[in-house]
Design a binder for this molecule. Structure first.
Ligand code: GLY
Length: 441
């Protein structure tokens, strides 16, 4: 196994596939073009959907990229583990009606075990239950022992509507000190012992808006590797926050807050959330699309991330200047070489971030006081839940995203009536619509 930096792995991967006839393209914007089924790009294949379905002709039938991605579906786990983060880079190689399983499976193995030097005996493969062809290639061609290949019914990959198909995932065993210890524990268990490094998706179907599937005219491949996870394993830390893509920021947070990483569970969680959410925010604002925080769509995701970062920054007693310093570290140091666009958008990113932090700071103070009143009232009434109307009041008047109220309530062992919140939101929208109709008459 070789120690490598993020930049080295990126370069190695892209070269490996260029040497195998792939056209290298730069990462697409994080904001999808012409794909209403996605708010933000969350996979290397997402910008290429029309190439897989055959609706558009690709510039080459073999393409390789390192794609900027954001996934917030697992946001609750960010900070709780050393392997979850919202922004990540996906190393991808794609075949649009060109090669298929017998080429890509050996390439994936060669890249991991020979180029990166990952230990073969620690790698486990999962395949779709019915994919005998993949089993045959993994076992008989590549030589993976039978007890390292697991058939799973849910080895199927899709994102929004469009191309999809069965996949083979490659997991790495992080060792006996990790894991739940249950007899059923194995690749696919979410306890953390087996971490998925990436997958080969055999894109053979199209999922339509109503959910039904039709076979595609061509057989495609979509391979995606999570750069940060590979990096964490290669440099021996098993913790993405201790790789070169995060370590300088974590060291700065330690210095500025006086809190030691990994000394206290709750504060370590705040450190990771702060480092992660600021990185994602920098990437979104500094993107080609120059996303701005707002109350809808992708802009709302960005707003939630910044507000969560600020709140955890406050838990660590960090100032706005210090948060902006972290943002600048990503731009000036960590991604200076690999994302020059960020540098170009530097002042824009920092000033928009500063504005959103200031907006939130001014409402946070008042909102927290209001929330305290609500919490005290609920406690005195012996209630365990904040009602939807109160949560909506915090959202509407103080800019508290629902998730923030839920999180703060959780810290006090209370829940939030989320359905009641949605009903109050709908009621307000209805009133606004009625108001609009009235003024138009
Ligand atoms: N290669 C598909 C994915 O996991 O994003």
């Amino acid at each position: 196994m070789k120690y490598m930096t993020g930049n080295e792995i990126r370069e190695k991967f892209l070269k490996f596939f260029q040497d195998r006839g792939h056209l290298m393209l730069p990462s697409a914007s994080l904001i999808p073009q012409d794909d209403p089924t996605l708010l933000i790009i969350g996979a290397g294949m997402a910008p290429f959907k029309p190439f897989f379905t055959g609706k558009m002709k690709p510039p080459a039938t073999r393409i390789t990229t390192c794609q900027k991605c954001v996934r917030t579906g697992d946001i609750e786990n960010v900070g709780r583990t050393a392997r979850h983060h919202t922004y990540f880079e996906m190393l991808g190689n794609f075949s649009f009606g060109d090669y298929f399983k017998k080429e890509v499976i050996p390439w994936s193995w060669e890249f991991l075990t020979e180029e990166l030097g990952l230990p073969a005996d620690k790698l486990y493969i999962t395949i779709h239950t019915e994919d005998d062809e993949a089993f045959d290639i993994w076992h008989n061609v590549v030589g993976v022992p039978e007890d390292h290949i697991v058939r799973l019914a849910d080895n199927w990959w899709e994102i929004g509507s469009g191309p999809c198909g069965p996949d083979s995932e490659i997991h790495i065993d992080l060792g006996p000190e990790r894991g739940c210890g249950k007899p059923t524990c194995g690749p696919g268990c979410d306890c953390g012992k087996y971490t998925e490094l990436g997958n080969d998706v055999f894109m053979q179907y199209e999922k339509h808006h109503d959910g039904h599937l039709t076979p595609l005219k061509q057989k495609n491949v979509d391979t995606g590797w999570g750069l940060e996870r590979i990096l964490a394993f290669l440099n021996g830390t098993r913790d993405v926050y201790q790789t070169d893509l995060f370590a300088p920021v974590i060291a700065y947070i330690e210095e500025a807050s006086g809190v030691k990483y990994n000394a206290d569970e709750k504060l370590t969680r705040s450190m990771r959330i702060l480092a992660d959410h600021l990185r994602t925010s920098v990437m979104l604002i500094g993107d080609e699309a120059k996303l701005l925080p707002s109350n809808t769509g992708a802009g709302y995701i960005l707003r939630r991330l910044i507000r969560r970062a600020v709140r955890h920054g406050r838990t660590l007693n960090m100032t706005t200047e210090q948060l902006l310093h972290i943002a600048a570290m990503y731009i000036d140091e960590i991604y200076a070489e690999s994302y020059p666009l960020m540098k170009k958008n530097r002042e824009f990113v920092l000033s928009e971030l500063q504005k959103e932090i200031a907006r939130f700071e001014s409402t946070l103070e008042n909102g927290m006081k209001e929330l305290q009143k609500i919490l005290e009232q609920k406690r005195s009434e012996g209630k365990k839940e904040i009602d939807g109307k109160s949560a909506f009041y915090l959202y509407d008047t103080f800019g508290f995203p629902l998730e923030l109220t839920v999180e703060l309530a959780q810290e006090e062992n209370l829940t939030v009536d989320e359905e009641g919140f949605a009903a109050a939101m709908e009621e307000q929208k209805q009133k606004a619509r009625e108001g609009q109709n009235f003024s138009q008459k």
